[in-house]
Design a protein around this ligand. Structure first.
Ligand code: 5GP
Ligand code: MN
Length: 334
């Protein structure tokens, strides 16, 4: 993979570009992709953003989100957009399998493929890219790439909002260890460019429907288990809860963080029966590496302190497997 700066000559003349992200995109996947899209459009490229699946309502305020194609519900249009594409940008994921049903279509593209990501252990088959695990967000990388290409004059309010949203959410509102001086300098620059940051916090965090808050209350009261012998807290959500509270994509986002707020807890797991599969979200504190944990036990991955995985077993069986894995790691968790 050649360094990302080397794509500069390719961006000098108009190209047909597709920008894509991981399935069920979060604010960083969507924010970084839309920031990249606005930047490339401003440079004169013909850009389509495709999300492998639908995305949460709380991201629909993002400038340009109304032009994003959902590969699952707009497959024909998306496949058309991929026809004759010259440059493919893959943002905020490290293996093609995270694009779900889009994967075979991306694999067979003959175009130049570019990776921009901050997850551990990226797949090697990209032509250009950056995989920087010290970056707090993929959105931060987009910001830095625009600077490195000498194009910072293109950073307008749309781009600033998208970059801020992705970084705010991936840093837990600027609290995780990844919130470096580099992040604060970037935010200072965005504020000096006129960004109104409180509007973004409101758009993302003060936008719950009543049922989502009631679901959180129900889950904390009835679905949480704490295993003090392994400093672990888990929440197992049956599919019937998702139905009962009429949950939509993104409504379980952030739930796993509540578990880590219990004194002494080092490992938190949110295990959700999504009907087609069971999804697991892991968070940790200190020296427990949930990237390795997710890879080893649940076909997943991510970051040292935040990762995810999946299981095709039942919810009960998945919880049992999780508890077994937790006990195997008790030494490190104590
Ligand atoms: P979340 O728990 O918020 O869904 O994901 C936490 C982190 O783990 C994110 O960086 C996400 O990209 C990564 N992640 C979540 N699920 C998976 C998965 O199934 N496979 C891989 N490789 N990474 C995942
Ligand atoms: Mn990210």
């Amino acid at each position: 993979m050649k360094p990302i700066e080397e794509i500069k000559p390719l961006l000098e003349s108009p190209k047909k570009v597709v920008v894509t992200m991981h399935q069920k995109p979060d604010a960083d996947a969507m924010g970084s992709s839309l920031a990249m899209c606005h930047y490339l459009r401003r440079k004169g490229h013909d850009v389509t953003v495709i999300s492998p699946t639908n995305f949460p309502d709380f991201l629909k305020w993002m400038p340009g989100s109304d032009t994003v194609l959902d590969f699952e519900s707009a497959q024909e249009k998306s496949i058309k957009a991929l026809e004759g594409v010259e440059l493919l940008f893959c943002l905020d994921f490290n293996t093609m399998s995270r694009t779900k049903t889009m994967e075979p279509y991306l694999e067979k593209l003959q175009c130049v493929k570019v990776l921009i990501d901050h997850h551990l252990e990226p797949q090697p088959d990209f032509d250009y890219g950056i995989s920087d695990t010290t970056a707090a967000s993929t959105a931060q990388l987009v910001y830095e790439i625009i600077y490195r290409l000498g194009d910072e004059h293109y950073i307008d309010n749309d781009i600033a909002q998208c970059i801020y949203a992705g970084t705010m959410t991936d840093t837990g509102s600027f609290r995780f260890a990844s919130t470096s001086a580099r992040v604060h300098r970037m935010v200072a620059d965005l504020l000096e460019r006129g960004l109104e940051h409180e509007l973004i916090h409101q758009a993302i965090y003060d936008n719950f429907l009543e049922n989502r808050l009631r679901f959180i209350g129900h889950s904390l009261l009835n679905r949480m288990e704490v295993y003090y012998e392994a400093n672990t807290a888990i929440m197992a959500i049956p599919y019937s809860d998702l139905k009962r509270f009429d949950l939509q994509t993104g409504d379980t986002e952030g739930l796993v963080n509540f578990l880590l707020s219990i004194q002494g807890i080092k490992l938190a797991a949110l295990i959700i029966d999504r009907n087609s599969e069971v999804k697991l979200s892991f968070r940790s504190k200190g020296n427990f590496d949930v990237n390795t944990f997710a890879r080893k036990y649940f076909e997943g991955g991510g970051h040292f302190h935040a990762s995810g995985g999946r299981s095709t077993d039942s919810l009960e069986r998945t919880v049992q497997r999780f508890l077994k894995a937790m006990h195997e790691n008790e030494d490190i968790l104590q």
